[in-house]
Unconditional design. Sequence first.
Length: 296
Amino acid sequence: MRDFLEYYAIKSLLLFTKILPISFVYSFFKTLASLFFKYDKRRSVLTLKNLHLIYPEKSDEDVLALAKEAYESVGITVAEILLMLTDRFDMSAMIENTEEAIEKLKKYTQNSKMGTILLTAHFSNWELAAHFLAKSGFPMLAIARRGNNLLIEKKLTTPFREKYGNKNLFKDHAGGGIIKCLKNNQRVGLLVDQKASGVSSIKVKFFNQESYTVNSIAILKLKYNPTILPVFAVRQKNGKYKILVKEPVDYVAEEESDEKIRVSKMTQKYNDIMEEVIRAYPEQWFWMHNRWRIGK
């Protein structure tokens, strides 16, 4: 019963998004985000703890302001995802550097022999980045966590993510699909900024704090040598976006003979790249996640 109620609640939100002015949709979800910050104390307190941990030099007032900006950013992202679901988001108008981004994508992937891993994070509107890549001729196998509500996952989330040619694959059985994709010289999209556990994780630094991080990109790089390409959608002050395509990460820690140390150093490199982007636009990262297992 709960799955059906949640599903029809989302369907109602989609109807609301489809018929009301776009400016109102943005305003509504930014307001909703501020209410979540005020009343969902578990997440808001965690967000403040995360920010204090990473920015100990900031005053309480500055941390509070940044936390509120981060919540507003999530509100904007939710509004835009719903607008994308209802075909009211003009991607061509909202991305300012389409030609430049496509040229870089072509340049950095044209010599790939064993596919490309697109490295990104829960940053700004990450779903927009995936849609842009697919629509621009760079579809990928997108690895994602299976949603708790299987009805929403089947009816809404997966069709949305596969709209322009991407393929959605759940983490719990992604290994074989990733390897097959790379061997066919295709692309795989991975968000690797959240906490990890088990044999697929390794402890490295993220924002100078020890944190368990997915080690699979480094392992795949050493075994198959795919191109590792960091890509992010960066929201501008005017509300539009620039697609940030960074240079491929070729580092394989050749100075080390021990494979575990190589994997560790390579994984650290990937974290450093994500951190650099997040530090430049801290309000656009998902600080509500318990990345450093604070309080546990």
